[in-house]
Write a protein that binds this ligand. Structure first.
Ligand code: NAI
Ligand code: MG
Length: 477
C-alpha cells in the first residue's frame, strides 16, 4: 500500500503527528493507500510557507509573462501525468475512468485558460479633478485557503488554484479526506513546473480539524469552499469572524421542467449523465424532473429502460455506467432517502435500494409520484435518485422547480425556444440548461442562487473574487 505525503513549501512532508488517513476503493471497500494526516502543526507550516512566499512577492513581482509561462508549464506537466492521476482518481472516487482522466487533464486546460488572462487584468484611470491622477490597481489578497470536496476534487482544485495563481495569491489546498490521492499526483506537476516554494501547498486532513483550523487562522486572508450547505455556513461564519471574503459553492436540488413538446430522448440522455453519472454525486445533479401530466407515463417507461440498461460496475471496468457512491455512510444515507420517499408515498418505478454486491453501489432509482412536501423533493440526496413530480400548467412547473432552498442548476426541455427563454427568465438558478444538462465550459460563469451560494467561478469574471481594488490618487500640482 502506497503512502502519500503532504506538499508544503515545495517539499514532501509527513504528518508531524505521524497520523495517516486510509483511503479506500468504493467499488471493493478495500484500502488502496494512505496519506499523511495534517494536524494543526502541519497547517501552521503550510500557512507560514504561503505567507512567506507572498511576503517575498514570489508571484507578485514575477514578470507577468513569466507568471503566465509558469502556469502554462503546470498545464504541460499536468497533461503528462493525466493518465496516472486520473486512474488514481478513478480508484479512490469510484467514477468512470474516462471521466476521471478527463477531469485531470481539464485541470491543464484550466491553467492554460487562466495563464492567458494573467496579463489582461487591467485597472482604470478615473477623472477626478484637474491636477489629480487617479487610478486603480488590482492586488491579490495574500494567503488563500481552498477547501475541496470529494466528488470532483481535481476540477475544484484546478478552477480555484488557477485563479489564485493568475492573480498572485499564495494558496493552501485542503484536499478531501475521502479522495486526497490524485491531488498529490497533481502536486508533482506543481513541483516539476518549478513553482516557487510556498506558492502552492497541498495538504490533507479532516474537515473538522485541519479544515476548521485552516479557515479560522488569522494569517489566512481569503477562502474558497465547495461542498455542503451545512459546512459552507460554518466557513462563512469563520470568514465573518475575520471579515475576510469567502467564495462558496454549495450544492443543489436542481429541477428539469419537461414540457409536452419535449424530445423525451433528450431528457433520458441528460438523466444518464446528470443523475446516474458519478452515481449522482454532482452539485448540479438533475435530481428532480417536473413533468407534464400528458407525457409522464411515456417518459417513465424510457427512464426505467435507461435504469435497467446501465451497466453496474467499478469505474475502472470497461463500460461501467453506474459506479459506486463514495462511502458506506453515503450509501446508507442515499438508501435512507429512497426509503423515506417510498414511505411518504412515492413509488419506486426502478431501484430504491443498494445493489447486493461488494462495494457501495446504489441502484439507479426513479421515484414517481413525488410531491413537494417530501424530503426526497427538498434535500440534496447526492446519489443516483431521481424524483419525478407532475404538473399541468407551466406556471405550476416553475413554482415547483423554484420551491427549494437551493438555486444551483435548472433545466427546460422543449422544442419551443420562446417558451425556453420565458422559463429560463423565471427560474431562480445560477445555471439554466435547455434540452441538454451541462452545456457550460471552463469559460462560462458557474455558481448558485439562494442557499447554493452567491459566488461565480470559472470564466473571466471569476478572477475578480481573487483580487482587491486599490485606488490611488496623485496630486500632480
Ligand atoms: P462537506 O461539505 O462537509 O465537505 C467538503 C469539504 O469540507 C471537505 O474537504 C471537508 O474536509 C471540509 N470540511 C468539513 N467540515 C469542515 C469545517 N468545519 N471547516 C472546514 N472544512 C471542513 O461534505 P461531506 O461531509 O463530505 O458530504 C456531506 C454532504 O455534502 C454530501 O452528502 C453532499 O450532499 C454534500 N456535498 C456536496 C458537494 C457539492 O459539490 N455540492 C460536494 C461534497 C459534498
Ligand atoms: Mg474511499
Amino acid at each position: 500500500m502506497e503512502k502519500y505525503n503532504n506538499y508544503i513549501n515545495g517539499k514532501w512532508i509527513d504528518s508531524s503527528s505521524g497520523k495517516t488517513i486510509e483511503v479506500d476503493n468504493p467499488a471493493t471497500e478495500k484500502v488502496i493507500g494512505e496519506i499523511a494526516c495534517a494536524t494543526n502543526a502541519d497547517v501552521d507550516m503550510a500557512i507560514e510557507a504561503a505567507k512567506k512566499s507572498f511576503q517575498n512577492r514570489s508571484l507578485v513581482d514575477m514578470p507577468i509573462m513569466d507568471r503566465a509561462r509558469l502556469m502554462h508549464r503546470i498545464a504541460d506537466e499536468t497533461r503528462k501525468i493525466a493518465k496516472e492521476g486520473g486512474t488514481l482518481l478513478c480508484y479512490e472516487n469510484g467514477k468512470a475512468l474516462a471521466g476521471a482522466v478527463k477531469e485531470f487533464s481539464d485541470v491543464a486546460d484550466t491553467f492554460d485558460y487562466y495563464a492567458g488572462l494573467t496579463d489582461k487584468l487591467e485597472g482604470k484611470t478615473i477623472p477626478v479633478a484637474n491636477g489629480v491622477l487617479d487610478y486603480t490597481v488590482l492586488e491579490p489578497y495574500g494567503v488563500s485557503a481552498h477547501i475541496i470536496p470529494w466528488n470532483y476534487p481535481l476540477a475544484m482544485i484546478g478552477r480555484s488554484l488557477a485563479c489564485a495563481m493568475a492573480t498572485g495569491n499564495s494558496t493552501i489546498i485542503k484536499t478531501p479526506e475521502l479522495t486526497p490521492l490524485a491531488a498529490t499526483v497533481f502536486a508533482k506537476a506543481i513541483e516539476r513546473a518549478n513553482t516557487p516554494p510556498g506558492v502552492v501547498n497541498i495538504i490533507c486532513g479532516y474537515g473538522n480539524e485541519a479544515g476548521a483550523y485552516l479557515v479560522s487562522h488569522p494569517d489566512v486572508n481569503h477562502i474558497v469552499f465547495t461542498g455542503s450547505v451545512a459546512t459552507g455556513k460554518k466557513i462563512l461564519h469563520a470568514a465573518a469572524d475575520k471579515a475576510i471574503p469567502a467564495i462558496v459553492e454549495l450544492g443543489g436540488k436542481s429541477a428539469g421542467i419537461v414540457y409536452p413538446d419535449a424530445n423525451l430522448d433528450d431528457v433520458v440522455e441528460s438523466a444518464r449523465h446528470a443523475i446516474f453519472g458519478v452515481a449522482g454525486q454532482i452539485c448540479t445533479a438533475m435530481s428532480r424532473l417536473v413533468v407534464h401530466k400528458s407525457v409522464k407515463d411515456e417518459l417513465l417507461v424510457k427512464l426505467v429502460d435507461l435504469s435497467k440498461s446501465l451497466k453496474v460496475g467499478p469505474g475502472y471496468e470497461e463500460g461501467s455506467e453506474l459506479t459506486p457512491v463514495i462511502s458506506q455512510n453515503q450509501l446508507d444515507k442515499v438508501e435512507g432517502y429512497a426509503r423515506s420517499g417510498i414511505q411518504a408515498g412515492a413509488e419506486a418505478v426502478h431501484g430504491g435500494k443498494r445493489v447486493d454486491r461488494e462495494g457501495y453501489f446504489m441502484e439507479a432509482t426513479v421515484l414517481d409520484k413525488v410531491t413537494q412536501d417530501m424530503t426526497v423533493a427538498r434535500e440534496e440526496i447526492f446519489g443516483p435518485v431521481l424524483s419525478v413530480l407532475e404538473y399541468e400548467e407551466p406556471e405550476e412547473a416553475i413554482q415547483i422547480a423554484n420551491d427549494t432552498d437551493y438555486g444551483l442548476g435548472a433545466g427546460v426541455f422543449t422544442k419551443d425556444l420562446d417558451k425556453a427563454s420565458w422559463t429560463a427568465n423565471k427560474l431562480e438558478s445560477g445555471q439554466v440548461y435547455v434540452n441538454k444538462w451541462f452545456t457550460g465550459s471552463l469559460a462560462t460563469p458557474f455558481g448558485g442562487y439562494k442557499q447554493s451560494g452567491y459566488s461565480r467561478e470559472k470564466g473571466q469574471q471569476a478572477l475578480n473574487a481573487y483580487l482587491q481594488i486599490k485606488n490611488v490618487g496623485i496630486s500632480l500640482s
